[in-house]
Design a protein around this ligand. Sequence first.
Ligand code: ADP
Ligand code: MG
Length: 393
Amino acid sequence: MTTQEMKIAFEQAYGHKAEKIFFAPGRVNLIGEHTDYNGGSVFPCALSFGAWLLVAKNNDRVLRFRSMNMQEVYEIAIDAIAPQANRAWCNYALGCIDIIARRHPEAKLESGYDLLYYGNVPAGAGLSSSAAMEVVTARAFTEEMGVSYADDKKYRTELALIGQACEHEYAGVMCGIMDQFASAQGKKDHAIHLNCDTLEFEHVPVKLEGIKVVITNTHSPHHLDSGAYNDRVRQCHTAVEQISKVKPIKFLAELTEEDWKEVESAITDPIAKKRARHVVGEVARTSAAVEALKKGEIAYFGELMTASHVSLRDDYEVTGPELDALAEAAWQVEGVLGSRMTGGGFGGCTVSLVKDEAIEKFKAFVGAEYEKKTGLKADFYVAEIGDGVSRLE
Ligand code: ADP
Ligand code: MG
């Protein structure tokens, strides 16, 4: 799909031309899983997949929502913006417009708008099509509503916060900040080392000579549902409470692996102990992985990715048979430096570092093993690390 084709679709849908086009990417997290809500760091990068948004003003004081990916069409009066029932897809956009108005007293929605979305992030694969949609909407409507920032980094962080608030309030998902942040602050050929507590971050070049980041989609119907997610959040809180009797902490991510040896016996709940052990280990692995990448120690980076998967499988228990089948097959392929689940877990994707010459073998072997074990067909994408949100035209 080219932007030219999107413009034609816009004109066919609305009978007039689009005035502007925006793009925001999906993301893949290289390492640092389930650390974000524990005050830890994450290491995602923006992809070249994402969401496009074409907009033009209308004279009708309504917001018209269409998506080239969806059947449903919505029309909402600009004076009646509120969450829509039945998991309406327009919530991911409408919420951003509402939140811009609430966070920025100077913001004014002066007219109605016609909107057309197109997305090419594989659906429900944990590569954050929702964040792409939110961030592209936040980018477009901050501009349309007259919100501006002198500092581009601060502007992008604000776009991420608008998107996250939308996801909480309009989609009912109490997500961390990683997805929207990566979509807003992405940089071509760089990953983002983000502290999810302070929102301090650094762009780290991803220089992988002769190696590619390969994303493999389980196409599994399983998801980390909000129940299982909230259980993990609660178990981590239990661990914090019990540890705080011997060493007061706010977040598990404050603990080093040395600290862990001293405090682990304070956790009496065995499940909470496993969850906490994952978080402490994952925080250490994420820092080590960032250092390894900076030094060009890609083999070590890969080992840390694999160790991350093992910990998510055994201690955090969020992998499931499909993600395990993919990772375990990948580890057997010569030329694979590391492989792990990425995103919340249970379904979604793995991310692997694969030498160029091994990619075809990787696809053939992992694809066949996966189908043998699960009866499902996997899909493979060689990731291109792209820029964050922007206005294209
Ligand atoms: P993901 O892991 O891809 O973010 P989510 O379940 O969080 O999965 O978000 C997917 C939802 O986001 C879709 O069900 C739909 O409501 C909305 N969405 C994402 N991309 C688009 C799009 N291009 N057009 C319309 N809605 C979209
Ligand atoms: Mg999402």
